[in-house]
Design a protein around this ligand. Sequence first.
Ligand SMILES: *[C@@H]1O[C@H](CO)[C@@H](O)[C@H](O)[C@H]1NC(C)=O
Ligand SMILES: *[C@@H]1O[C@H](CO)[C@@H](O)[C@H](O)[C@H]1NC(C)=O
Ligand SMILES: *[C@@H]1O[C@H](CO)[C@@H](O)[C@H](O)[C@H]1NC(C)=O
Ligand SMILES: *[C@@H]1O[C@H](CO)[C@@H](O)[C@H](O)[C@H]1NC(C)=O
Ligand SMILES: *[C@@H]1O[C@H](CO)[C@@H](O)[C@H](O)[C@H]1NC(C)=O
Ligand SMILES: *[C@@H]1O[C@H](CO)[C@@H](O)[C@H](O)[C@H]1NC(C)=O
Ligand SMILES: *[C@@H]1O[C@H](CO)[C@@H](O)[C@H](O)[C@H]1NC(C)=O
Ligand SMILES: *[C@@H]1O[C@H](CO)[C@@H](O)[C@H](O)[C@H]1NC(C)=O
Ligand SMILES: *[C@@H]1O[C@H](CO)[C@@H](O)[C@H](O)[C@H]1NC(C)=O
Length: 397
Amino acid sequence: MSPLTRFVLPALAAASSAYAASCSVSATSTIQNSGDATGLASCKTFTGSIAIATGTTDSIAINGVTKIQGNLVASNASQLQQLSGDSLEEITGTFLLDDVQVLNTVSFPKLTKVNTIRWNALPNLQTLAFTAGISEAAVIDIQNTQLQTLQGINVKQIDSFTLANNRYISEVNMQLGNVSVSLVLEANNPEVTVSFPNLEWASNMTFRNCSSVDVPSLTKLNGSMGFYGNVLTSFSAPNLTEIGGALAFVSNTELTNITLPQLTVVNGALQIANNTKLSKINGLPKLKTIGGALDFNGNMSEIAIPALNDVKGTFNIQSTGDIQATCDDTFKPLKSKGKIQGSYTCVGAVANPGGEGTTPTVTGGSAKKTGAPGAANNVQVQGAAMGLVGLAAAFLL
Ligand SMILES: *[C@@H]1O[C@H](CO)[C@@H](O)[C@H](O)[C@H]1NC(C)=O
Ligand SMILES: *[C@@H]1O[C@H](CO)[C@@H](O)[C@H](O)[C@H]1NC(C)=O
Ligand SMILES: *[C@@H]1O[C@H](CO)[C@@H](O)[C@H](O)[C@H]1NC(C)=O
Ligand SMILES: *[C@@H]1O[C@H](CO)[C@@H](O)[C@H](O)[C@H]1NC(C)=O
Ligand SMILES: *[C@@H]1O[C@H](CO)[C@@H](O)[C@H](O)[C@H]1NC(C)=O
Ligand SMILES: *[C@@H]1O[C@H](CO)[C@@H](O)[C@H](O)[C@H]1NC(C)=O
Ligand SMILES: *[C@@H]1O[C@H](CO)[C@@H](O)[C@H](O)[C@H]1NC(C)=O
Ligand SMILES: *[C@@H]1O[C@H](CO)[C@@H](O)[C@H](O)[C@H]1NC(C)=O
Ligand SMILES: *[C@@H]1O[C@H](CO)[C@@H](O)[C@H](O)[C@H]1NC(C)=O
């Protein structure tokens, strides 16, 4: 059963034209029109879920109710333009708005707590009228809306936060202190600036199509962090010391500067690939241990990782730039001393630099094979899986 059917079926079953308000229902109460909504006004706490009928044409104002002990759902209500509640402070379940094509006003001036916000396909929703502002939520998943800002939503901690395909959102700035499961930002306005000034730790984070990402307080990633297809020119995390999973920078066409001055360990793979303008990788002064592969390819002419002394997976560096001396003087000795455990490839002046497992072809020369591609495959999977986290999130709902 799709999540949609699950909400809608019991809703229709509970509906009747002679609507008698009850403050507690076992399943879902369906609101057909503004009169039904008014009928709930005497319920301070409504126990059960409230669904807006798909055929509703009225504006729906659920006034008087301060708490919904359940879900508030408007799914496929194709003519609903306005949804509001003057007293609502909390929704203990899910606030679901899905495929509500003409909805243009969502006004809940007192709402501060919602367990789960799941909004999708709201092509006319541009602003939120949340005066108090939502400051507590476990899950926020907002996709395919016309929202221009997230003003009205500012949480301190969260389990999962997904913001995707909201083409007009140009700024994300929250007081967020930690993210316990995942954060995914992708395909919003390509100019979107992202700022989490208080963020101290997070599990997985994936950034796509962002123009800046500012995380000055970040100290630890319990999981992985990936940057794909962003137009940011630089990324720095001055206080980041440890990454529990992988770290990836892939296809960020404007990126010239990666500065992670305190980073000492990446427990998964470290991948830096296809960042067209990245000519120097010299912002990793303390990086000592990589638990997976080190996999770099691009146009680098300078690479320095002075503290590196333990790479458990494959080591692959392929660059169009002249880095052969660095390879031979600094990395090759690590391989000879057994500090690089996987197969070793490090080549400069490569025509089309590739990722681990590919064989570099040196410009003007013959094919040169310096490693044994295919070794440490488990590590390769870890790097690849990062991309999938974001991909899967894009199809949530
Ligand atoms: C949405 O509503 C339209 C028209 O009322 C209906 O044809 C369609 O099947 C509904 N879709 C879902 C997923 O309920
Ligand atoms: C998560 O962040 C919030 C807000 O900064 C903080 O109050 C809370 O203690 C943090 N929780 C953990 C487990 O770090
Ligand atoms: C992540 O690491 C921080 C800092 O060590 C810790 O406080 C937090 O509990 C960890 N979170 C998870 C979900 O493991
Ligand atoms: C960075 O870490 C230092 C030392 O723990 C701390 O004093 C400083 O406030 C942190 N900076 C930010 C922006 O969180
Ligand atoms: C967003 O980033 C992806 C790579 O993750 C890229 O393929 C896509 O073209 C980008 N989209 C826009 C609109 O920039
Ligand atoms: C790279 O970024 C760091 C941190 O923001 C900054 O201190 C440094 O000057 C930048 N380097 C260059 C070459 O722009
Ligand atoms: C880098 O670009 C090349 C050529 O476009 C492509 O084959 C390769 O898959 C890309 N690598 C990554 C990690 O995206
Ligand atoms: C190297 O730079 C050229 C020219 O800007 C670009 O076309 C190419 O994609 C870059 N290669 C990599 C691997 O980033
Ligand atoms: C983080 O991502 C990795 C793979 O990229 C996955 O194995 C892991 O389960 C994710 N962790 C969380 C908390 O989602």
